[in-house]
Design a protein around this ligand. Structure first.
Ligand code: ATP
Length: 352
């Protein structure tokens, strides 16, 4: 509904430990405010009485620990109240992590004990992994920690443009509308929306990102104690045999919205648009004109591998995942997103 049309304003009373699940309409933004009580969106407390505007299509839940009255203005695709949520178990995980951070902080000079928790959130597609990571980060930030968020999801990542893996420190509870702040992320470009297109390159990038983070942690007691929260789509077998690893099974929230391939593709297109034009179309990308002859364009890794049948018996096909393959500049490059490398020589390129 257009802003200002008061007919659509309504109040929702939420009992303690209940949540209002909302899917904003595809066309219009939605306004919402907390009239009384306290409520949070994925771990970030909503300021009292101030109207917040949520963009079309956003899916979120307003949860209250102690009860709240919410006012909404606008039409929604869906909205309903749920009294069964896994929030208590989620906040218990937060409490355990908090205790471990305190322990780490108390022993800054011991290289093992000073390491805060490293959390990997794993689970099937559409199980609420990103949302759980977000809550844990926001609760930690609210307590004054600065955890590092590592997002290894190149298809539906929440830090930057699709096709990348990235990491960023979280210093404040995450804004429910703006999302993860983009001031200082460390980003590696894979260039595809699923690792399977070039698994080896994906592994190289994850390793590289891990090494850079280890180096940063070595020199920073604060981020070391805060630890990191990772998003991973597959539980690796190696974890099972490792001491020092606790596996906690959590329930999926009934509010998590399933997204089919088409919706995911659309979400990616919106993310790319948002990267260049801003959430509310308030940015205009700066264009630079360069001669084709001044540009070198490469594809990293991939490329056709020699088929097994063409190799000597017992030989494994080896393709260097970071091998650079020059790309011809032609029509095929239209509507593709490329990354600009800081490398001075082609052999320095590793997609950062
Ligand atoms: P993927 O497999 O794509 O990585 P995921 O497991 O990370 O997905 P999320 O992105 O956390 O899942 O959740 C999917 C969608 O459901 C998101 O749009 C999120 O905002 C929404 N969602 C999660 N929890 C709730 C809830 N309690 N109420 C309403 N919407 C929710």
């Amino acid at each position: 509904a257009p802003p200002g049309s008061s007919k659509t304003v309504r109040q929702v009373k939420l009992d303690k430990e209940c949540e209002l699940r909302v899917e904003v309409s595809p066309e219009y933004p939605l306004r919402l405010r907390v009239l009384n009580g306290t409520a949070e969106i994925f771990g970030t407390e909503i300021p009292p009485e101030i109207w917040m505007t949520f963009p079309p299509r956003l899916k979120f839940a307003v949860f209250t620990w102690y009860g709240a009255t919410i006012e909404i203005d606008g039409t929604t695709e869906t909205d309903y109240t749920a009294d069964e949520t896994p929030m208590i178990s989620y906040v218990n995980v937060h409490a355990v992590l908090d205790a471990r951070r305190n322990r780490a902080k108390a022993s800054p000079s011991d290289s093992d004990a000073s390491q805060g928790p490293r959390v990997i959130v794993v689970g099937p597609t559409d199980s609420g992994k990103s949302t759980l990571a977000r809550m844990l980060l926001s609760w930690a930030a609210k307590q004054g920690w600065k955890p590092t968020f590592v997002d290894l999801d190149i298809g539906q990542g929440s830090i930057t443009i699709p096709g990348c893996i990235s990491a960023t420190p979280i210093e404040l509870p995450i804004d429910p509308v703006e999302g993860i702040p983009l001031d200082m992320p460390l980003v590696y470009f894979h260039g595809h929306v699923t690792p399977s297109v070039n698994v080896d390159l994906y592994k190289v990038l994850v390793k590289e990102l891990a090494q850079v983070l280890e180096r940063q942690f070595a020199g920073n007691v604060e981020s070391r104690a805060a630890g990191m929260e990772k998003l991973w789509s597959m539980l690796r077998d190696v974890l099972k045999n490792k001491a020092n690893v606790d596996v906690v099974k959590l329930h999926k929230s009934g509010g998590v919205v399933s997204r089919n391939a088409k919706v995911r593709q659309k979400a990616r297109a919106f993310r790319i648009r948002e990267y260049f034009y801003g959430l509310t179309n308030d940015l205009s990308p700066h264009s630079n004109i360069a001669n084709f002859s001044d540009l070198c364009i490469y594809r990293v890794g991939g490329g056709p591998q020699a088929p097994r049948s063409a190799l000597p018996v017992g030989a494994e096909p080896t393709a260097d995942p970071t091998r650079l393959i020059p790309v011809n500049i032609n029509q095929d490059l239209l509507h593709l997103v490329l990354a600009v490398s800081f490398a001075k020589e082609p052999d320095e390129i590793i997609s950062r």
